[in-house]
Design a protein around this ligand. Structure first.
Ligand code: ADP
Ligand code: MG
Length: 268
């Protein structure tokens, strides 16, 4: 029974896609069977693991709206043997509108992923920068959520709204949804501001903050242009090492505190 983790923050440019791609790739490199789900119409996660969104025939959109079998749209990445992709393309924008009139419209992604959870150890969902219906679907399907927070001005802006949305989803749609952790991203050790943000976020959220902090690292911003995760671009880079550390932290946290049993709760 795989664990489904959504990577969400309605703020754009905070590192959701970078974290989704590189966490998924790191888990796959550690030989966990991993599915990366691209739930953003911009399809940056799709191109980030080597696929041209223009060539994508079927996306998660068809699974949610037309009931196409999720199994049939999964792509094996050629880059890491344990990493698969459920791709996106721009039509996902239309899904939001089309789903409005469907019964159980918040549960379409959960239904689409249901047949896959036994095949994977981890399913990582890259959300779009919105709290719209697709993101609500991702949070309803997920066991937990990672919230990337950029070490920048206004880091905490919008977090209250996101946490409130998570609470509403916990009370109405997905009682077992947990916060996997708050992930500090684009940290620059030389900047006082970066250090202030780390302190502020740790003060507010304490043990919810991951020990691993993702540094600002040029290899992380370069690797998408090659269609590969950073671990294949420069395995020795700080960016690569930090996402590997994050993967280890998540693996450890889940086996230490949950013994795998918690994964099954959503199924009960
Ligand atoms: P989001 O998905 O939240 O919109 P992205 O992951 O696409 O954010 O990141 C926004 C931009 O910042 C991208 O150009 C990405 O390459 C860059 N970026 C993200 N994380 C880092 C990092 N740790 N170091 C350097 N650049 C980064
Ligand atoms: Mg993104």
């Amino acid at each position: 029974m795989g664990k489904i983790i959504a990577v969400a923050n309605q703020k754009g440019g905070v590192g959701k896609t970078t974290s989704s791609i590189n966490l998924a790739a790191s888990l796959a490199a550690l030989e966990y069977r991993t599915l990366l789900v691209d739930a953003d119409p911009q399809a940056n996660a799709t191109s980030g693991v080597g696929f041209d969104p223009k060539d994508i025939q079927h996306s998660i959109y068809e699974c949610m709206v037309d009931g196409i079998n999720a199994q049939d749209i999964i792509l094996q990445t050629n880059i890491l043997p344990h990493l698969d992709l459920m791709p996106s393309h721009i039509d996902l924008v239309g899904a939001e509108v089309e789903m409005i009139n469907l019964p159980n419209r918040e549960e379409k992604m959960k239904q689409a992923l249901a047949s896959l959870v036994d095949q994977y150890d981890f399913i990582i969902i890259d959300c779009s920068p919105s709290l719209g219906l697709i993101t609500v679907n991702a949070l309803t399907a997920a066991n937990s959520v990672i919230i990337p927070v950029q070490c920048e001005y206004f880091a905490l802006e919008g977090l209250g709204k996101l946490l409130n949305t998570i609470k509403i989803i916990q009370s109405r749609l997905n009682p077992q949804l947990e916060i996997e952790g708050i992930l500090l991203t684009m940290y620059d050790v030389r900047l006082r501001l970066s250090n202030q943000v780390v302190e502020e976020v740790k003060l507010h959220f304490q043990q919810l903050v991951f020990d691993t902090i993702i540094p600002r690292n040029v290899k992380l911003s370069e690797s998408p242009s090659f269609g590969i995760p950073v671990i294949l671009h420069d395995a020795e880079s700080k960016g690569s090492i930090s996402y590997l550390n994050l993967a280890r932290e998540i693996v450890e946290k889940n086996s230490v505190t949950q013994d795998g049993a918690a994964y099954a709760e959503g199924d009960a």
